[in-house]
Design a protein around this ligand. Structure first.
Ligand code: ADP
Ligand code: MG
Length: 367
């Protein structure tokens, strides 16, 4: 029997924009991450992140990057408009943080107001202030004084999603803490990709003085960035990680590789780790940072290997770890989740096994 029509209709475009944007920018930390990544992609060497009232009132990111050219103003916040990727195959060689062209478009839909103030080397000391419409179109355009670079200000994050806004208001300090942890990972990125970036992160609470939360000096040295974040004591009992090993391509994943070449892949791991001797580690896993070619990401299986191997030497502690995996861009896929924190490694099983063996002998050598 034919059932009665359910009345399937298209969702109006404003609602679709809000629904999909809510998946790209899930919380405070993803909002800030997207802005910071844009600044790094623009070649900035100095970036300032200013939170007002833990991000509840506004978030401002100021950089000295390339700036945005006038002909791009209309498309900066249009969905899937990007200056970083043209075709799908470019994804296998992507080096920039962004490529989906979704962040600014999503942020426009999820904030009370988003403004962009930008100048390029040809327009500076004059720039342009753009007030964006929630659809991503330019609402207002005025000239403004601006040295080369871009400032993005967004006010009242999640105001158009009342339930999420309430949640954010209730947990503002916790959300702010999570954003700072993620910003720490980005403060360490220059270690993987010199020259360093000067990063300053501050918060202006509703009452009381402004506080500086993070200040790095822009040194390409990993150790300098660690000192800037946590003081010189944080470097005590820390050794350099310098590993290189081969990973066999897994047969089952061969079709994921762009080439049919079955040669093993060379993986290098650079970074820092606590000595495994008792007293040198940490009580928790709060200072463990993983990168793939300088891109901060979640690597739960890799993290587990490091912790397991470390515990076989030091039963009660977890190490401080900063590990950057230098691997060919075609050996992983960053386009797994809109926030790009999850990365699909094409031969993860083999990589994890090889890492286990190598970490074990490396830590033994450090005895
Ligand atoms: P994506 O980073 O994936 O390209 P976004 O929505 O984050 O998408 O940004 C859209 C475009 O706006 C970028 O491709 C870039 O050209 C430009 N843009 C955004 N932020 C900046 C910035 N801080 N400096 C220079 N250009 C920027
Ligand atoms: Mg981006």
């Amino acid at each position: 029997m034919m059932s009665k029509s359910q009345g399937i209709k298209a969702i109006d475009s404003i609602s679709v924009h809000r629904i999909t944007s809510g998946q790209v920018v899930i919380d405070l930390q993803t909002a800030v991450k997207e802005l910071l990544e844009n600044s790094i992609d623009a070649g900035a060497t100095s970036i300032e992140v200013r939170f007002k009232n833990y991000g509840l009132t506004s978030i401002e990111v100021v950089d000295n990057g390339s700036g945005i050219a006038e002909e791009d103003y209309e498309s900066i916040a249009l969905k899937h408009h990007t200056s970083k990727l043209e075709t799908f195959t470019d994804l296998t060689t992507i080096r920039t943080f962004g490529f989906r062209g979704e962040a600014l478009s999503s942020l426009c839909a999820l904030t009370e107001e988003l403004t962009v103030c930008t100048a390029t080397s040809t327009t500076a000391p004059m720039g342009t202030n753009l007030v964006m419409h929630s659809s991503g179109k330019v609402k207002e355009k005025n000239t403004a004084a601006r040295t080369r670079g871009t400032t993005i200000i967004l006010t009242k994050l999640f105001a158009p999603l009342p339930v999420r806004r309430k949640e954010f208001e209730r947990n503002a300090k916790r959300e702010f803490g999570k954003a700072l942890t993620l910003l720490n990972a980005y403060a360490l990125v220059p270690c993987a990709a010199p020259p360093g970036i000067r990063l300053t992160v501050s918060n202006q609470p509703e009452k009381g003085p402004k506080s500086i939360q993070i200040r790095t000096l822009g040194s390409p040295s990993c150790r300098d960035s660690v000192t800037s974040l946590w003081g010189p004591k944080a470097l005590e009992n820390i050794v350099d990680i310098d590993l290189e090993f081969e990973v066999e391509k897994e047969k089952s994943t061969l079709k994921r590789w762009q080439s049919l070449d079955t040669e093993p892949v060379t993986v290098r791991v650079n970074g820092l780790i606590s000595k495994f001797v008792m007293g040198c580690g940490r009580t928790g896993t709060d200072r463990q940072f993983f990168f793939i070619n300088g891109r901060p990401c979640n690597m739960s299986k890799v993290q587990k290997v490091f912790n397991e191997v470390y515990r076989s030497f030091n039963t009660n502690q977890a190490p401080f770890i900063l590990a950057d995996f230098i691997i060919p861009t075609e050996s992983y896929d960053v386009n797994v989740s809109p926030d790009k924190r999850t990365i699909l490694l094409h031969s993860e099983g083999n990589l994890v096994s090889a890492l286990k063996v190598n970490t074990c002998s490396f830590l033994r050598m450090m005895r």
